[in-house]
Design a protein around this ligand. Structure first.
Ligand SMILES: [Zn+2]
Length: 441
């Protein structure tokens, strides 16, 4: 009869395979006891483990345990960059051949998408495993690589693949995350969405030592706009309405960005599947709470009250070298310099539910003040006080409801709106009323 020490690793493996059933359906002590009983009857250890696992509803295929320890299955959502010896149970969502040249030799590799009940992930097969779309397969000894902040499952020479009955994986595995633009936040993968391309341009980059063209631009639907980058030439043009599957979202300078590549699929839809570009281009009115939830957004409109003009607003001087705002004529990096004047407002906006900070640049500040920067400089000189402009901004703007349009960026300090347009709503209402009154006369 085997000693307790000998059996401990097998009990551990079995426990890993059974996952959360241990502690709920069976204890480790019971597993050990049952395993020992099998061994007493002369049942080989691998068969004993398989039989016991099946008893608790988990199927370990023949051959899986004979030559190597049982590895517990990893869900795609748990796969991390650098993981190796991965055991997966997945459905092949798509598979495509690709010719590559390795050391001067032509070779066909395969790429596409795998899905399970937790997620979908791109894969690269470095040899022909005869995978077909729709196959459900058990994969042993795969590894994962990170690429563009996304995980790719690699199937190489040491990977074992076994086709199994499709019923082994739940019927609707890895449905892509059907999204609207407003639902995109960094970290999301397996994204499917229909959008209109509002702008697109290509640029040359070197990726993995290979020269290629990437395409970036803005796309949108009726809920919002998002910057995108395509690492593959799908032939998209401005105005196209497309459905993209297998995209992911990463943070790009504090704003969520949709990324897709050759592992993604892109389907052109009828032009009337979404509103026209000029309608989508108007900018989407968004609550501040939504901006915080989305962790930033591209080209949004908010209606909120300016509740605070923060210190550092008004007339400031910037370092001519690095553009940083000087403190008492001194740059943090370049010491005493002759600054270049600028106007800005650092504000807090509040819509009653949430508040965020916002920055207004020179043009907007001039418009809100109703005076030019030169006039502000003149005023500051006359009063011998550069802070006079900040005081004036406070007096004029605090408490004002505003409509602000811009990009919302997210960082450690929260969401900040970089204003591209700002209008005082009260002024508008008054001038609208004037216009209306004049029309009536
Ligand atoms: Zn500087």
């Amino acid at each position: 009869m085997p000693e307790k020490e000998d059996i401990a690793p097998h009990v551990e493996e079995l426990a890993r395979v059974l996952g959360e059933k241990v502690g709920r359906d069976v204890t480790k002590e019971e597993l050990e006891e049952q395993l020992l009983k099998f061994l007493d009857y002369g049942v080989p250890i691998d068969q004993a483990k398989r039989t016991l696992a099946r008893h608790y509803g988990v199927n370990i295929p023949q051959g899986e345990t004979a030559s190597r320890p049982i590895g517990s299955r990893t869900l795609l959502s748990d796969v991390r960059d650098g993981d190796s010896k991965l055991n997966l149970l997945v459905r092949v969502i798509s598979v495509n051949p690709k010719e590559i040249t390795v050391k001067g030799e032509k070779k066909t590799i395969f790429y596409g998408f795998l899905g399970d009940e937790s997620a979908s992930t791109g894969f690269t097969a470095w040899k022909d495993f005869e995978l077909e779309k729709g196959d459900v397969v058990r994969i042993g000894n795969a590894y994962a690589r990170g690429w563009q902040e996304k995980i790719d499952i690699s199937l190489g020479d040491y990977t074992r693949i076994m086709k199994v009955d499709p019923s082994e994986l739940p019927r609707h595995p890895a449905a892509m995350n059907a999204c609207k633009v407003s639902g995109l936040s960094a970290g999301l993968s397996g994204v499917e969405l229909a959008t209109r391309i509002l702008s697109v341009e290509g640029r040359e980059v070197t990726a993995r030592g290979e020269q290629k063209t990437v395409f970036s631009g803005i796309m949108g639907d009726e809920t919002g706009k998002v910057r995108f980058t395509a690492w593959h030439d799908f032939g998209i043009k401005e105005g196209d309405v497309v459905r993209i599957s297998g995209a992911y979202v990463k943070d790009w300078r504090g704003v969520p960005q949709l990324v897709f590549d050759e592992n993604s699929t892109l389907e052109k839809l009828d032009g009337d599947a979404l509103p026209e570009a000029d309608i989508l281009d108007e900018g989407n009115v968004t609550t501040l709470a939504q901006l915080v939830e989305r962790k930033g957004a591209t080209d949004v409109v908010v209606n909120a009250t300016l509740i605070e003009v923060r210190p550092g607003s008004g007339l400031v001087f910037r370092c001519p070298e690095c553009n940083r705002v000087l403190q008492k004529g001194t740059c943090r990096l370049h010491d005493k310099v002759t600054g270049t004047p600028d106007l800005r407002i650092k504000a807090v906006l509040d819509d009653g539910e949430e508040n965020i900070s916002a920055v207004f640049g020179r043009e907007i500040t001039e418009a809100l003040l109703g005076k030019s920067m030169a006039e502000c400089m003149e005023e500051a000189r006359e009063s011998m006080d550069y802070e006079v402009v900040e005081s004036e901004l406070k007096a004029r703007l605090v408490g004002e409801p505003m409509r602000v349009r811009g990009n919302a960026i997210n960082d450690d300090y929260g969401v900040m709106l970089l204003a591209q347009e700002a209008k005082r709503l009260t002024v508008d209402i008054i001038s609208e009323a004037d216009k209306l009154a004049q029309e009536m006369i």
